[in-house]
Design a protein around this ligand. Structure first.
Ligand code: ADP
Ligand code: ZN
Ligand code: ZN
Length: 686
């Protein structure tokens, strides 16, 4: 017998090997490949050997019965096709590293989730739905003890009804303002499907940043929840995966790769904060977990709930065109008002104070008021470190990383200049290396400087800081977030990490410093990202009994993104941004793919990029526009030069065929997926 094997290498084609025993598609094997042995997956079997090629035997069969179930296998095939990604690598990334069939056979047994449900009396139990108009639905007293549900508000109930009335595959966009109680709806939906004997998958952008949702689920469904995220050890991840595989955990919460969780009988997939770019994997395979989740749900007849206070342009467009059902939650729980948003013009501030300042008087006065009233403040600045860069005032020299085309950031706690892209560290020089002048200035501020300035302005205030420098482990988050939640911290400073779905009822002030930086990035999503960030962080304010306030500092206060973030009217932003996207042929109105050519040699990168451009031109498709090649905005990272092409097309099919042809052409020329990256639906163009 012969098997088609997808090797775990950046190659899209498969290879035939001989097998002497019966194997199934999805089984892992080790095969000889170009004088090496590599891991691969059997993706098909055949009885006849292909003609004219030498066929080698498979070296080892790793698992006889595949760990990848047919539905996940098909999902991987879809990813491989849609994202032009090597099937072997997709299949590999669908499994936890280090897992083997032995883990399944030994130990965890085969408890199936069907009997587990009836053990718990879930199936018989009527749904606990306080607030439901149906009085016959009373909670079964025998059902397991769990945290009581909240009585749903009328709006929440409307959303819940929309979910449970779905019959088979359906996608809902749950557009709920911050604090509208989306988590409670997710939990109620999961409970509904559990009672119907179905499983639920809850995807979150990052567990560390939003431990609250995970906690709420594990408390509500004790023993029935599995959690999958990147801070787990290899062993923990395998154990959680096995609990899911064996049907012991019908509810899974996890980050991006949890979209492959081996749940059977799937009823619901929630994608919380669906607009987050961390759902896109920025390495091979470059899949988007939200879109993959929708494909998975489609195949298993499940309901998808995409939740966000600031939906992505893509999802809102799909709701507009009725591909998704739109469900709006326009008010906060208990009708708490949305916070007042004020923009401080930093140019006027400069004139008034006749110097460059980090904080406006308005913001400082607001902070002082909070300290007096023992309320809490969050201050966001999306840059870590102390100073953005070092500048010689005499000759204008700035300190760039020697390996990347970016300025190095000064970190005072370690007294070093750091490159945020490659990690290179250098001592800051006392004199300019170009002109030997002493006039070296620290320009622009980072979170470290914010914290230290606030400390000297408000010496009695208790401060916390959340950024990648202070948060090395999950327990660091827990400590600071826990301290903030229990009132041991008055002012929390941080990067966008603090903007995420936290729920701290005593926060009544949110300050945004340096809001302009994100807006000026050379990326067509810059305005969308900024709007999302501002709305999200503003949403942290006024979640309790006291109304909230937001102060945004900007040098461009008239920009529509800031103006519309003030009113938090997403629809207005969408309309405005749509005009720009349509005019410029950008998603969601055009399908987009990015091609990044990488080489340590600048000339070679440029040449290959030009050749790719010529090849694409030779395909002579009228339905596409090709931009570039041009050096990427970050021309060099870790000594690798980067040249970029963008392909836009009104037809996804045309774009797709073009990319497939390109990949085949490159493979013929033995140019691998590590030198030329094809990114379908790219989230970042830097
Ligand atoms: P979102 O995720 O939409 O920003 P959350 O789900 O975090 O909002 O809910 C905001 C707050 O409102 C939480 O403290 C939550 O416990 C509370 N809450 C949610 N639903 C209800 C309800 N039906 N009744 C009372 N409080 C609720
Ligand atoms: Zn100089
Ligand atoms: Zn660098």
């Amino acid at each position: 017998m012969y098997a088609d094997v997808a090797v775990c290498l950046p190659l899209t084609r498969t290879f035939v090997y001989e097998v002497t025993e019966l194997v199934e598609a999805g089984s892992r094997v080790i095969v000889p490949f170009r004088k090496r042995e590599v891991e691969g997956f059997i993706v098909g079997v055949r009885t006849e050997a292909p003609k004219d090629v030498e066929v080698l035997p498979v070296a080892t069969i790793i698992d006889r019965s595949p760990l990848i179930r047919p539905d996940i296998f098909e999902l991987c095939r879809w990813i491989s096709g849609y994202y032009i990604a090597p099937l072997g690598e997709v299949l590999k990334s669908s499994l936890p590293p280090g897992i083997s069939a032995k883990h399944v056979e030994s130990g965890l047994g085969t408890g199936d989730f069907g009997s587990r449900i009836s053990d718990f009396g879930w199936r018989e139990s009527a749904l606990p739905t306080p607030g439901s108009p149906n009085p016959s639905e009373i909670r079964n007293p025998k059902s397991p003890a769990f945290v009581p549900c909240l009585t749903l508000t009328e709006h929440q109930l409307g959303a819940f009804d929309a979910i449970r009335s779905c019959n088979g595959f359906h996608t809902l966009l749950l557009h709920g303002v911050t604090g509208s109680g989306k988590s409670e709806i997710y939990m109620r939906a999961a409970e509904h499907f559990l009672a119907a004997g179905k499983t639920s998958l809850i995807l979150v952008p990052e567990i560390g940043l939003t431990p609250q949702l995970t906690d709420r689920f594990t408390q509500r469904f004790p023993g029935l929840t599995a959690v999958l995220h990147s801070s787990l050890s290899k062993r923990q991840r395998i154990d959680e995966w096995l609990r899911i595989y064996c049907g012991k955990a019908p509810i899974v919460i996890g980050t991006r790769s949890a979209v492959f969780a081996p749940l059977q009988n799937l009823g619901l997939i929630v994608v919380d904060e669906e607009h987050e770019s961390s759902y896109k994997q920025e390495e091979v395979p470059r899949y988007h977990a939200r879109d993959t989740a929708i494909m998975r749900a489609k195949r298993s007849g499940a309901v998808v709930v995409l939740g966000s206070a600031t939906p992505s342009m893509e999802s809102f467009r799909n709701a507009e065109s009725k591909k998704y059902e739109y469900v709006g939650l326009t008010s906060r729980v208990e009708d708490r008002p949305l916070p007042e948003v004020e923009i401080v013009n930093m140019r006027e501030e400069y004139t008034a104070q006749s110097k460059q300042v980090v904080f406006s008087r308005r913001l400082l006065q607001a902070v002082a008021g909070r300290l007096e009233r023992r309320e809490q403040t969050m201050i966001l600045l999306n840059r870590r470190g102390y100073a953005a860069f070092l500048l010689c005032r005499h000759c204008g020299f700035t300190f760039q990383c020697t390996s990347c085309s970016v300025a190095m950031t000064y970190h005072r706690s370690i007294d070093k200049l750091l490159c945020h892209y490659c990690g290179l560290a250098r001592r800051p020089p006392a004199r300019c290396p170009e002109c030997d002048s002493e006039y070296i200035y620290y320009v622009g501020e980072g979170t470290e400087r914010l914290e230290s300035e606030l400390k000297s302005l408000f010496p009695d205030a208790r401060m916390g800081r959340i950024d990648r420098d202070t948060m090395r482990h999950l327990r660091d988050y827990e400590r600071v977030l826990g301290g903030f939640a229990s009132g041991k911290i008055d002012i929390l400073v941080g990067t966008q990490m603090i903007a995420k779905g936290h729920d701290f009822p005593r926060v009544t002030l949110v300050g945004v410093v340096g809001a302009d930086a994100a807006l000026s990035l050379p990326d067509f999503r810059a305005a969308e990202r900024t709007f999302q960030l501002l709305t999200q962080v503003a949403g942290r304010s006024g979640r309790g009994d006291q109304p909230g306030e937001v102060v945004i500092q900007s040098y461009f206060p008239d920009h529509y993104t800031f103006q519309l973030a003030c009113t938090q009217r997403f629809e207005d932003f969408y309309a405005r941004e749509s005009r720009y996207r349509k005019a410029m042929f950008y998603p969601p109105f055009t399908a987009l793919a990015g091609i990044m050519v990488m080489d340590r040699d600048a000339g070679r990168a440029a040449t290959l990029a030009r050749e790719i451009g010529e090849f694409l031109d030779s395909l002579r498709s009228t339905a596409v526009r090709i931009l570039g090649p041009a050096p990427a905005p970050l021309e060099r990272i870790k000594q690798v030069h980067r040249h970029q092409l963008l392909i836009k097309s009104s037809s996804r099919g045309v774009l797709h065929r073009m990319l497939e042809q390109l990949r085949a052409h490159l493979e013929e020329r033995k140019i691998g997926a590590t030198r030329v990256i094809v990114d379908v639906d790219p989230m970042s163009l830097l």
